[in-house]
Structures are given as structure tokens and as C-alpha cells.
Design a protein around this ligand. Structure first.
Ligand code: BGC
Length: 750
């Protein structure tokens, strides 16, 4: 038996010195000197120009005027290397001071080679696969001259109605922290100055994922304790990982829009975390403070944003237009402007843009390189979650001679890319249908009858036709889900059931009596309880990206074994939302002996059902809990041991356990460590994920695995508004998901 140490996640906890910053320490004094020299030569207009980001428009000449005058610091949404060089040439050679432009783009889950949506990547619980994906994205994007991405999106999101849940890592603070840091490492590489590195921009700072009712852009009401315990840690981890920039969020929290929130932008980000990079607004979020009713006009909006700590404004031009007067009137200090410009120039120097301003114009072979496609396929394999597998219908065996491929997502090259795939081309997508045909050759007959042409299609005739064709197959593979446009920004839904006639399709397929394998491609957890009942197996693939097809074909035929786990709780019905595992306990937790809707007697007495916290109709549980996912093989956890049952604050707890593959296939299990602080000065979550590890085992193989958890990581923001570990009793679970595992105990003492 081998011992595996799970240390990588601990790296997040190192004192506040990022890898990138460390590498830059020596150069920093030199850089700071360069910044001061340049700053001293800049006019106010040139300084404000650096604080201005424009979205690419028109022809080069249209944009050149402003750039020549030094009135633009950054351009977003330009992806043509020839145009990028042309614009850069104007900045470098025709503007007075020759300050390079910072070219930006939303490279969220791949540039050309599209990886699974971030929520899917989070399901892999594999920081390495996530880092690799971001590295590929950086290599491809930088090859056309993009040096700044607006990613990772690390908004903790506990409401699947919110379309943007697709862009983040789900509901958990720790998982989001680990994955966000991995993406930053991938984007920024070993050093920002490497021409293949792109500056990361963790977003949206902060609390956007808690948008009320899951409606996009909505207000949030997050008290400071929850902000510090749940929503801020991923951003703190991002700052520690050396993220070069941060983006503000659209939401107002308790009445203060993030773009005008000094507490968040100055006190926390710069004051507490020591961040010295650049803060950009979200798209027009400075001027949107007017709609919020937080600023009367563009002038007040500019004043509030800059005084709160914003450095660069994305596209709403209030800074360039309004700041000259505000400075004259003393409402904004020139020192504030200088600080903002320093931050911007610092990022440009760190990226090496002054020395390496241009990009090679003919590097097409980098895009969709075979290694990139292989990495995207691996990510899609690891992102898929096996939610059900009755009678071991999967993996498909050689006895399966005919398969029916059905459903609107089976051959939808655009839809499988998901949201925020601006530059990915559907012509490069390999769909499940094509990949299956490729994989099985002439050994298996493939009947293709989509039934529905797109996910919202309500055409019942197609359903009947598909069911009739599918009845001839040994196994039915039903690819359902939601089109890419149904998730992402401004694409919230109040109904999380499968759209169109997809439920009818699954019902009709089940009626054939043939085993139905439902494969779901979606941007969020959908309420698929009924369809799952009708299916023998369910594989949840999210939007799997360019190589989704080959990944799914491999999984279906057992060339790969599913290992994904839910990064977010799947509700049974939308009325359960918000539903997440790390909730606080009520004074009346459900006993599970309560009476549910169908068993309530007529004229039942008010107190006869059990006065506890549950839904009469939805009961106690979600459809699938956080951290859940099956494999083709089975795993047995045993022999869980703690290094000590009593520890001090400065100790490290080592938890060891045996993990055994008790099934027939080699497989990977994501083992999880949860902890509960039993009694706190404020109520604490019933469980919190603290560590996880992917462990690969051959059939019959057993390994001894160990988690190391510094007790300092049990700290939280307590009743005294201090982050501290409180002494007392803790419960601990080593488990395959957030709902199982044997409860163990330890103490933290003086
Ligand atoms: C989104 C950001 C994005 C920006 C630039 C905004 O609408 O909220 O996430 O980075 O646009 O495209």
C-alpha cells in the first residue's frame, strides 16, 4: 500500500506571497522606478487615457485617433493579430509616450479550443486539468496578441436559476478557491512576462453569485460575516495566487454597488490582501451606478468609482469625460489618479508589453493544436458525472450491436461549446454522433434520429418518430439538455426542467422497453428527476466543449471511466433553491420522520406533521447532493484514522484512510474531507469541504491516502468580527460525497 500525500491545496495557504510576485520581487524596484519616470512625464489627459478601456470598433483609422492622443489604455474584443499589431503600432510609435495597449478578451474556458464550461471543469475536482486548460487558453489567445483575460469567474453560486452559474466553479468556497487559483496559474504561467502568459482577472468582485432570486444583475444582501466566510475566500486565494487584475461586479450589496464600494476595493483588496495590480470595472458598471440610483449622473459615477479604488473603466467613458472637472473641483485627488495609473502601468510592465509589444501574425498552427485538443478531451472526460447506472448498463458491452442516438444535443456542434465561447468555432467541434460513429466503426450499427431539432423544440411528431426508430436498438443514447444560449450572462431561468418536448422524448423512449442512457449537456444543474427515473443511466456532461463528443463516446464504451462529482447541489424542484450542503443548522433540523404531502391526513392537526425544517412536497433531500458521482467500479473507504483526537491551533491534523477499488474497472475516486465546527460563537455550517483528492486504483487495488489539514484552516469570522479558530469539538467525515461517510471527532484545545 502506498501513501499519497495531498498537499497541493495547502499551497493556497502559504503566506501572502504569490509565485508571480516572488519572481518579480527583484525586478519590482526597477519596475517601480520606470513607472515613476513615466508617470512624471504624463499629462492628466494621458493618465486618464490609461484608465480608459474601449471595445474594438470600426476600422483601424476610426480607433487610431484616440490611441494616438494617448486616450486609450486598453482595447477589448479585438482578436485579429494584424489589427492588434496595427493598433499597437499607433500606441507605440505614434502616441507621445509610446505606452503599449493592453489587449483584452473574455477567454473563459478556452480561446479557440473550447474546454468544458467552468462548472463542468469544477466537477473534475482536478486542479491540474483546470490549470492545463487555462494554459492552453493562454497559449492560443496570446498567439493572436491577447494578453489579458477576464477570467476566472470565481463567484460562489448557489442558485442554478442564475445563468452565470455556468461560468464559475459552483457552490463551494473551498473548491472555487482551489480551482480559481489553478486557472490563474494556467493563464499567467511561470512569469507574466512570458509572451505566452495572459493576465488573469478574477471576477466579479464580489457577491454577484448571490443575485437575489437568481435574476442576473440583481441586488445581493450578504452580511459581512457571510461575505468573509463564503464569498471573499476565493478572491483572497486568487490574490495569493498572483492574479494581476481584478474586476468589480454588477450587483449592489446591501445598497452599495461593487464598483463604488471602497470597503471591498480598498480596505479588503489592497489593505488586507496587499493587492498591487489593477482593478477594472465590469462592462459599463461605473455608469450603471446611475441606474442603481447610487450616482445622479456620469460625473458622480466617475467620482464614486475612482474614489472607491477602481483603476480602469470598461467602456462607459465617464472617467475620461468627467475626471478633469472633478480634479479641478478637488472632488478627486490627483494622487488617486496617480495611484490608479501606477497600477495599470505595473501590469503592463509585468507583462513585458513595453519590450514585447507585437505578436507574430502567422501562428495559426497553435490554434487547435493536437495537444490542445487532447487536453480538452481529457477535461471533458473528467467533467462528466455518472449520476445513475442501473444494472450496469454502462459501459456499453460488445453485446450491444445497435445503438440509437437520439436527442437535440447529439449533433449540435455549436451548443456543446456552451456560454462564453466567443472564439470557438462550431466547425471544429466533434459531436457525440460523429465521435460514436468514429469509435464503433462497423462493429455497431448507429441509428440516428434526433427527435427534436433543438432543446426548446416542442414538435411531438419528431418524438414519435424517434421512439419508433429507437425501438430497433439494443440501447438508446438520449442526448438532451439546454442550448448554449440558455445559460450565461443575462440568461437566468425560473424553470429548470428540460425545455421543449424533451421530457416527452425521454418518456417515449422509455416506453420502448429498451434501456435509455440519458446524457445531459447543460450550463447548470437541471431538475431531471423524472427523466432520470425513466432512464437506466444518467451521465451529466455540462457543455463539454470542442472535444465533448470523443470524451463522451469513450465514457459510454468504457474506454474511460467517469470520475466527476457534482460541484453544486442538484435540486429536485426549483422551489428548493437555494439549496446547498454547507448551510447552517436550524433550531429544528428535520428528523426525517416527518409526514410528507401524500401522507397528510385530511383535517390533520397543525402540529401533527413534525415542526421541523423541510418541504412538505420536496421532503428533505436534493436530487443529487454536492460532491456526488458514481463510477463504473466501486470504492470502499475504511480504516479512517486521525493523527490525534486533540490538537492545538498551530497543529496539522493528518487524516489517513484506506481506499479500495472493489469493482471490475480501473477508476478514479474523488475522496473528500468535510469538517464541522460543532459549537461556535456564531452558528457554523453543518459541513464544509476542506480537502479532496483524486485517487486512481486498479481493480482490487487498495491505497492508504492521507489528507493534511492545518488547524488554522478551521478559522472563520466569528462573533467578535475576527478570523480565528475557536476551541472546542469538531466532527469530520472522509466520504465520497457531502451526504455520507462515518462521523468522527476531534478537539481543538489550548
Ligand atoms: C460581463 C463580464 C465580462 C465583460 C466583458 C460583462 O458583461 O459581466 O464578465 O468580462 O462583460 O465582456
Amino acid at each position: 500500500m502506498k501513501a499519497i500525500k495531498i498537499l497541493s491545496a495547502c499551497l493556497l495557504l502559504l503566506p501572502f506571497v504569490s509565485c508571480t510576485q516572488k519572481a518579480n520581487d527583484k525586478g519590482d524596484a526597477v519596475t517601480e522606478k520606470k513607472i515613476e519616470t513615466l508617470l512624471s512625464k504624463m499629462t492628466l489627459e494621458e493618465k486618464l487615457g490609461q484608465m480608459n478601456q474601449v471595445s474594438s470598433y470600426g476600422n483601424i483609422e476610426d480607433m487610431s485617433g484616440l490611441i494616438r492622443k494617448g486616450e486609450v489604455g486598453s482595447v477589448l474584443n479585438e482578436v485579429d493579430p494584424v489589427r492588434i499589431n496595427a493598433l499597437q503600432r499607433v500606441a507605440m510609435e505614434e502616441s507621445r509616450l509610446g505606452i503599449p495597449l493592453l489587449m483584452a478578451r473574455d477567454v473563459v474556458h478556452g480561446f479557440k479550443t473550447i474546454f468544458p464550461i467552468p462548472l463542468g471543469q469544477a466537477a473534475s475536482f482536478d486542479p491540474q486539468v483546470v490549470e492545463d486548460g487555462a494554459r492552453v487558453a493562454a497559449i492560443e489567445a496570446s498567439s493572436v496578441g491577447i494578453r489579458w483575460t477576464f477570467a476566472p469567474m470565481i463567484d460562489v453560486a448557489r442558485d442554478p436559476r442564475w445563468g452565470r452559474i455556468a461560468e464559475g466553479c459552483g457552490e463551494d468556497t473551498y473548491l472555487t478557491s482551489v480551482m480559481g487559483a489553478a486557472m490563474i496559474k494556467g493563464f499567467q504561467g511561470d512569469s507574466l512576462s512570458n509572451p505566452t502568459s495572459i493576465a488573469a482577472c478574477p471576477k466579479h468582485f464580489v457577491g454577484y453569485g448571490a443575485a437575489e432570486g437568481g435574476r442576473d444583475y440583481n441586488s445581493t444582501y450578504i452580511p459581512e460575516r457571510r461575505l468573509r466566510n463564503v464569498y471573499l475566500p476565493p478572491f483572497e486565494a486568487a490574490a495569493k495566487a498572483g492574479a494581476a487584475t481584478f474586476m468589480t461586479s454588477f450587483n449592489d450589496n446591501d445598497g452599495i454597488p461593487s464598483t463604488g464600494n471602497k470597503f471591498i476595493l480598498k480596505d479588503v483588496l489592497r489593505g488586507e490582501w496587499g493587492f498591487d495590480g489593477m482593478v477594472v470595472t465590469d462592462w459599463a458598471s461605473a455608469s450603471e451606478m446611475i441606474s442603481h440610483g447610487f450616482a445622479a449622473d456620469p460625473k458622480e459615477a466617475a467620482m464614486k468609482a475612482v474614489n472607491a479604488g477602481v483603476d480602469m473603466e470598461m467602456v462607459s467613458y465617464t472617467f475620461v469625460k468627467e475626471l478633469p472637472a472633478l480634479i479641478k473641483e478637488g472632488k478627486v485627488k490627483e494622487a488617486t489618479i496617480n495611484e490608479a495609473v501606477r497600477s495599470i502601468l505595473r501590469v503592463k510592465y509585468r507583462l513585458g508589453l513595453f519590450d514585447n509589444s507585437y505578436v507574430g501574425e502567422k501562428k495559426a498552427e497553435i490554434l487547435y493544436a493536437p495537444a490542445h485538443l487532447a487536453a480538452a478531451k481529457q477535461a471533458a472526460i473528467e467533467s462528466a458525472i455518472l449520476l445513475k447506472n442501473d444494472n450496469e448498463v454502462l459501459p456499453l458491452q460488445s453485446s450491444v450491436k445497435t445503438v440509437a442516438v437520439v436527442g437535440p444535443m447529439a449533433n449540435a456542434p455549436y451548443e456543446q461549446l456552451g456560454t462564453w465561447a466567443f472564439d470557438g468555432e462550431k466547425s471544429q467541434s466533434v459531436t457525440p454522433l460523429n465521435a460514436i460513429k468514429d469509435l464503433v466503426g462497423d462493429k455497431v450499427q448507429v441509428i440516428y434520429e434526433p427527435g427534436l431539432t433543438y432543446s426548446r423544440d416542442k414538435n411531438k411528431e419528431g418524438v414519435v418518430k424517434a421512439a419508433a426508430s429507437a425501438a430497433r436498438a439494443d440501447v438508446i443514447l438520449a442526448f438532451v439538455g439546454e442550448e448554449a444560449i440558455l445559460s450565461g450572462e443575462a440568461h437566468s431561468l425560473a424553470d429548470l426542467n428540460l425545455q421543449g418536448a424533451q421530457t416527452e422524448l425521454i418518456r417515449a423512449l422509455a416506453k420502448t422497453g429498451k434501456p435509455v442512457v440519458m446524457i445531459v449537456m447543460a450550463g447548470r444543474p437541471l431538475t431531471i428527476g423524472e427523466e432520470a427515473e425513466f432512464s437506466s443511466a444518467v451521465l451529466y456532461a455540462f457543455h463539454p466543449g470542442t472535444m465533448g463528443g470523443p470524451a463522451l463516446a469513450d465514457l459510454l464504451w468504457g474506454k474511460s471511466v467517469p470520475s466527476g462529482k457534482t460541484p453544486v447541489t442538484f435540486p429536485k424542484m426549483v422551489g428548493q433553491v437555494p439549496i446547498y450542503y454547507a448551510h447552517n443548522n436550524t433550531g429544528r433540523p428535520a428528523t426525517r420522520n416527518e409526514v410528507l404531502l401524500d401522507d397528510i391526513a385530511v383535517e390533520a392537526g397543525q402540529t401533527s406533521l413534525g415542526c421541523t425544517s423541510f418541504y412538505l412536497d420536496a421532503g428533505f433531500d436534493p436530487l443529487y447532493p454536492f460532491g456526488y458521482g458514481l463510477s463504473y467500479t466501486t470504492f470502499k473507504y475504511s480504516n479512517v484514522k486521525l493523527s490525534s483526537a486533540s490538537l492545538k491551533k498551530e497543529d496539522i491534523l493528518t487524516v489517513t484512510f484506506d481506499l479500495e477499488n472493489t469493482g471490475k474497472y480501473e477508476g478514479t475516486e474523488v475522496a473528500q474531507l468535510y469538517v464541522q465546527d460543532k459549537v461556535g460563537s456564531v452558528t457554523r455550517p453543518v459541513k464544509e469541504l476542506k480537502r479532496f483528492a483524486r485517487v486512481t486504483l486498479k481493480p482490487g487495488e487498495k491505497k492508504n491516502v492521507s489528507f493534511e489539514l492545518p488547524i488554522s484552516e478551521l478559522a472563520f469570522w466569528n462573533i467578535d468580527r475576527m478570523k480565528t479558530v475557536e476551541l472546542g469539538d469538531f466532527a469530520l467525515w472522509v466520504a465520497p460525497d457531502s451526504q455520507t461517510g462515518e462521523e468522527m471527532f476531534f478537539k481543538v484545545t489550548d
